[in-house]
Design a protein around this ligand. Sequence first.
Ligand SMILES: [Zn+2]
Length: 258
Amino acid sequence: MFGSELLQPVATGAAMWSALLAAPFVGSFLGVMVRRLPEGLPITWSRSRCDWCGAALSASDLVPLYSWLAARGRCRYCSHSLGWFYPGIELAAIAVPLSAAIVDHGAGIWLDCLLGWWLLALAWIDIRRWLLPDPLTLPLVIVGLLATAVLDPAELTGHALGAAFGYLGLRAVGLLYQVLRGREGLGRGDAKLFAASGAWLGADALPQVVLGAAASALAAAAGLRLAGIRLGALSALPFGPFLALATWIVWLFGPFYI
Ligand SMILES: [Zn+2]
């Protein structure tokens, strides 16, 4: 074990560095997707025009982070402020391989990043639009099962059950809430995202994901309250970002045994 670890640093480093180098570009692409997918607009590889003045953007306007910094966060053509959206999602996309590198150094980091970037897009869309689109949640279930079938076939049944339990579990909670409170508390999108958690992590990990998501949602609500932002019972937080975060943490560091 020790010997093979000593022999592999080159391949290992290549996987990690390539993921890190790709991350800001993936972040730019996720930014386009987060904005366009919920509108039903076609997804392009990158932005082609300024959102405000419509000026055609050249390659030099689209270098992740660098172009934004060089133009001090303004459009070079109309000097409209570009806001934090693109640099924000590009930085978040870099945080994915950085956090994955804590536990994974080999080629597996690319599978981690696939999941992490996918969850990042879903969480960001849910924050902006209160929506977890089917074209993102359903393929995530399938890819989770495929990855299990290829890499860990003995676990496939547990992961398929995880997808089923995940969906049915949150649907049951959502319906119960709807009956008791007369309004929707958990959307179908949350149930589909939880199904994806089950497909990637297996049925055993689901209680940890839902506990972690609920705990981080409560912490976020408390944090917003401390910051002076009051959340009424009706202006709840979207649950998707917390499910995504908990899925990511359990994927990297779990399952946790107490
Ligand atoms: Zn412009």
